[in-house]
Structures are given as C-alpha cells and as structure tokens.
Design a protein around this ligand. Structure first.
Ligand code: HEC
Length: 189
C-alpha cells in the first residue's frame, strides 16, 4: 500500500520548517540508506513526522524572525530602536571572530570598532588597512554600515574583510543597533 506522495512531502516540509537544528532523528532506525532532508522519509518516520508537525502547530516558533523591540535599543533612532537585542547579539558573533568592540580592545584580524560611528573609515589606531579602505573617504553612519554589511565586497571592492555579508535586512538592523550600543554611538548634533 503506497503512501500518497504529496502527503509525505508535505510532512517533510513541515519537518524542515519545524526542524531548526535536529533534522537527523528517525534515520538511524529506518534501516534504509540515509536520506537527505529534502526527501520524504517513508513509512517508518511518518509517525514521528506527524508528531513533530502537530507539536509545532501549537508552539511558537523557536526563533521568531521579528522579535519584540528591546529595551536596550530604546534610546536609538528608528529603525534601530525596533531591532531585537537578542538577534543583534547573535549576529555579532559572526563579527566577533575578527572584531572587538570595547574601548581599548585590541585589533585582531579586523580593527577594534569602539566609537566607529561618526569616525572616518580606516582610522582605528594601529590597524594595517587595505589600500581600498585607506583610499576610501567617508564617515561611518549606521546607513553606511548597513550597505557595507549587505555586501562588503560590492560596497568597497578590494577591501580585506573576508566576510560575505549579512543578507537579512532585519539581521543587519539588529547587529547595527547592537554595535551602536556596544561601541558608544552618540546622536549627531
Ligand atoms: C573574517 C574576519 C572579519 C569578519 C567576520 C568581519 N570583519 Fe569587519 N573587517 C575585517 C577586516 C580585515 C577589516 C579591514 C578591511 C580592510 O582593511 O580592507 C574590517 C573592517 C570593518 C569595518 C571598517 C572599520 C574601519 O575602521 O573603518 C567595519 C565597520 C566592520 N569591519 C564591521 C564588521 C561587522 C559589523 C561584522 C559582522 C557583521 C564584521 N565586520 C565581520 C574583518 C572581518
């Protein structure tokens, strides 16, 4: 007796949507070759798929895309005041491989970013910038940073920040808000 295909495909989609982190369960006991996430697991995993799908209906998504405005950002101008602190902190983990933000923090792979807003690009003391950055001439604003982070390579070709960028606009907003708070941003006169 064959399962209706579209049905299991639908369940698989539900699984993927609900999955966020634990997609492998069910494959061990199926006794078949391991299947990719996108392929519908047949009969043996169906029960757990249903359980998973039903469970996810009543429960709020584990990482809501648009979270509540955070009190940490209340003093910032819009749209940064509406960003999620938790998201900003999470996205900043990507940057922290290469950047410190605290006052007096060291330059590592990238320059320290304390007081980055309102400052000329390429002006952190003691950091050896690329020529592209050395030759660039603008003051960092949240809006400039948004463009830089959308695609560092396109924004300033030849720069040495080996980072592909932050694709999601709300993630960029959140990490910029986080940086504003963490690097001592001050409202311009
Ligand atoms: C792989 C390491 C790496 C990662 C990850 C990284 N950066 Fe950078 N960043 C650099 C380097 C290196 C430079 C200097 C680029 C140059 O000189 O061409 C730089 C430059 C910058 C500058 C310009 C600094 C100045 O003094 O003008 C800003 C702002 C910046 N990064 C922000 C970020 C943010 C925000 C993130 C995370 C979303 C991030 N970077 C992720 C390595 C990194």
């Amino acid at each position: 007796m064959a399962q209706p295909r579209f049905h299991s495909a639908f369940l698989a989609l539900g699984l993927i949507l609900a999955g966020c982190g634990a997609p492998q369960s069910g494959d061990e006991n199926s006794g078949k070759t391991v299947q990719t996430q996108a392929t519908a697991p047949e009969s043996s995993s169906t029960a757990s798929a249903i359980e998973e799908a039903t469970r996810s209906e009543g429960t709020p998504a584990p990482t809501p895309a648009a979270a509540e405005p955070s009190s940490e950002f209340a003093a910032l101008p819009a749209p940064y005041s509406e960003a999620s602190y938790a998201t900003g902190k999470r996205v900043f983990k990507l940057c922290s491989t290469c950047h410190t933000v605290a006052e007096g923090g060291p330059n590592t792979i990238g320059p320290n970013l304390y007081k980055i807003f309102g400052r000329q690009i390429g002006s952190t003391e003691g950091f050896n910038y690329s020529e592209a950055v050395e030759n660039a001439d603008f003051i960092w604003t949240p809006e400039q940073l948004d463009q830089w982070l959308e695609s560092p390579r396109n924004f300033l070709p030849g720069n040495r920040m080996a980072f592909q960028g932050v694709r999601k606009p709300t993630d960029r907003q959140a990490v910029i808000a986080y940086l504003m708070v963490e690097t001592g941003w001050e409202a311009a006169e």
